[in-house]
Design a protein. Structure first.
Length: 201
């Protein structure tokens, strides 16, 4: 099995610090653009409901991609298993949820809380949605296909802000957090299954 790219003892802390630092980036960009990154975060039953329900299509897509054997999809799967599998499988579900929450909160505040509305102010809603999520895809450019999939997921998250009829950043935060958490669990299951298979051969 390929050795992990990260040390087990500091992966969790470094990952959380890196993701959390995106909030500082969001605050700086928000100051430059005169946008409050937190202004559209509202706790409501509707945002929680749409967040939970809205997670399901993304996670079903993740499970479907796990079964596709095309080279471009398998390449993504193998990369994630080799880089994240050895690290994540050392943590319990609470650690994984914390990591998913930090990533979900920080990335949504930056991309949907600042960058998307900033672009919308200059070029309109459609351009703001598409360009902000093109950037979202580019910063997730593990492979070309992964970048495209991330951009499409970003568009979905951008649209989810308005599921309630009024903008609420909490909805994509919940979707992003729950999706990452479930994806972590599925990735660990696949990684451990591979270890068992390897030990039997």
């Amino acid at each position: 099995m390929t050795k992990a790219l990260f040390k087990f003892d500091d992966f969790f802390i470094k990952a959380c610090y890196f993701e959390a630092s995106l909030i500082l980036v969001a605050m700086l960009l928000g100051w430059l653009a005169n946008i409050n990154p937190f202004v559209n975060i509202h706790l409501s039953k509707a945002s929680v409901f749409y967040g939970v329900i809205g997670t399901m299509p993304l996670f079903l897509m993740f499970l479907a991609l796990e079964r596709i054997e095309r080279h471009s999809v398998a390449q993504i799967r193998q990369f994630l298993l080799k880089t994240l599998g050895p690290c994540l499988q050392r943590y319990n579900w609470l650690n994984l949820f914390i990591l998913a929450a930090v990533a979900g909160i920080s990335e949504e505040i930056l991309f949907r809380g600042v960058i998307q509305p900033w672009l919308e102010l200059s070029w309109g809603a459609m351009v703001g949605l598409l360009v902000s999520n093109l950037l979202f895809g580019l910063v997730h450019s593990v492979t070309p296909l992964y970048s495209i999939l991330a951009a499409l997921v970003g568009v979905y998250l951008g649209l989810s802000m308005d599921f309630q009829g009024e903008r609420n950043l909490l909805t994509p935060i919940i979707i992003h957090t729950l999706y990452d958490f479930l994806a972590f669990l599925a990735l660990i299951r696949t990684y451990r299954s591979g270890l068992v298979t390897a030990s039997e051969n």
